[in-house]
Design a protein around this ligand. Sequence first.
Ligand SMILES: [Zn+2]
Length: 199
Amino acid sequence: MTAHASTFYFPSPRTEKFCSQCGKALTRMVPPGDSHERDVCENCGAVHYQNPRNVVGALPVWEGKILLCLRAIEPRYNTWTLPAGFMELGETTGQGAHRETIEEAGVNIELGPLYTVIDVPHAEQVHFFYLAKVLDPALAPGEETLEARYFAPNEIPWENLSFRTVITTLEHYLRDLETGNFPIHHYSIPIPPPKQRPA
Ligand SMILES: [Zn+2]
């Protein structure tokens, strides 16, 4: 039996301490021919690159109402979000968005077109949201969700939404509802984020 921490936390800090290949302590340096500082192993030579993480999610709609999930996890516990999460290795952005929607809301959806692509450089992330059609409105929220519910456009809880990528995706959707056209929107969340608003 292996000893383990009493509580787990994630994601772990970006800076790595030890080489995953040989276990020796890492050095922060610019490798030859590179332009950025990296965690480098001077023992075995492994360069430990860090790159932005992808967050993938969906904007599921049932009879004009939008599915939101109340977060049961930090960060932003007890705030409403579109179903979304970190993309897993080996899956496409669409597969990830579909999987996250099932995990968080337990709902049967058909994924539509990619809708927002949002650069969030201060969080070292890129967020992708797909439009989605709910095929069966039955909900079975998973462990990461306190409650899942459908909101008419005029019922969206703007004061208690989780992240600016969720807020801006919903803002685009409501604006596009007026024209019936839902083109892809690509933009950045500015750095640094305004103090009052969530990242
Ligand atoms: Zn090493």
